[in-house]
Ligand binder design. Structure first.
Ligand SMILES: Nc1ncnc2c1ncn2[C@@H]1O[C@H](COP(=O)(O)OP(=O)(O)OP(=O)(O)O)[C@@H](O)[C@H]1O
Length: 218
């Protein structure tokens, strides 16, 4: 099992005390599997993704990645995990404005110390970015920017990819094209994918679907 989430709980402070957001989430994801996480707005989807990414700390429960419990790791070791094992694609592309496309694509792999030039070239071509490598993010369309963000994530060869509404900022046609390219490339790498989406249509493209309701898997 690549990812094993057990009885995960998380609350946020509210005016009248802690507000539970995750009330005991349990789910597992194998290598090469893709799982869509759906649920109403506010059901805790992004919170769950942030906990798995180590961007926030759980109150209780366990997140095992490759058998290692990441809930107990300190900030430095969680950051190391994000550099090496986990890739994240956000709705806001989060490209680095001062770097050109080629440098943005190489960025994550550089951080992880695993730059593979032929892999970068293959991803650049597969995502149709060859003509844009010397451009800066502001010179690209939304779809192109998200393709760069996807290439950047995949270039670092993560075992687990977390995606939060990765095509949420794109029109339907572009979203479909980018999603299909994204899923094909993820499948090619054998990485596991956990993706938050509001769209049943996009969720249907993934191997399994899980619905979060009132802080639990429904
Ligand atoms: N840092 C925070 N501090 C306080 N409350 C928070 C924080 N982050 C999230 N919440 C609350 O936790 C709940 C779940 O938020 P979350 O973003 O996980 O939902 P979501 O299912 O991803 O929603 P959406 O589909 O609208 O993005 C919401 O009520 C939100 O207000």
């Amino acid at each position: 099992m690549l990812l094993d989430i057990q009885d995960l709980t998380k609350s946020f402070p509210g005016p009248e005390g802690p507000v539970p957001v995750l009330r005991g989430v349990t789910l597992a994801l194998d290598r090469g599997e893709s799982l869509a996480l759906t649920g109403e707005s506010g059901s805790g989807k992004s919170t769950l993704l942030h906990l798995v990414a180590g961007l926030d700390r759980a109150d209780g429960g366990h997140i095992l990645l490759d058998g290692e419990d990441v809930t107990g790791l300190d900030d430095r070791r969680r950051a190391a995990l994000r550099r090496t094992k986990i890739g994240i694609v956000f709705q806001q592309f989060n490209l680095i404005p001062s770097l050109d496309v080629a440098a943005n694509i190489a960025f994550q792999a550089r951080l992880g110390g695993a730059v593979d030039k032929s892999r970068l070239d293959r991803l650049t071509v597969a995502l149709g970015l060859e003509a844009h490598t010397r451009k800066y993010p502001e010179q690209l369309s939304g779809g192109q920017q998200q393709r760069v963000a996807i290439a950047r994530t995949l270039a670092a060869s993560p075992r687990l990819i977390l995606a939060d509404e990765p095509t949420g900022n794109l029109d339907e046609k572009t979203a479909d094209e980018v999603m299909d390219q994204f899923l094909a490339l993820v499948a090619e790498t054998g990485a596991a994918l956990l993706m938050v989406t509001h769209s049943p249509r996009l969720a249907g493209k993934l191997g399994r679907n899980i619905h979060l309701s009132q802080g639990r898997v429904a």
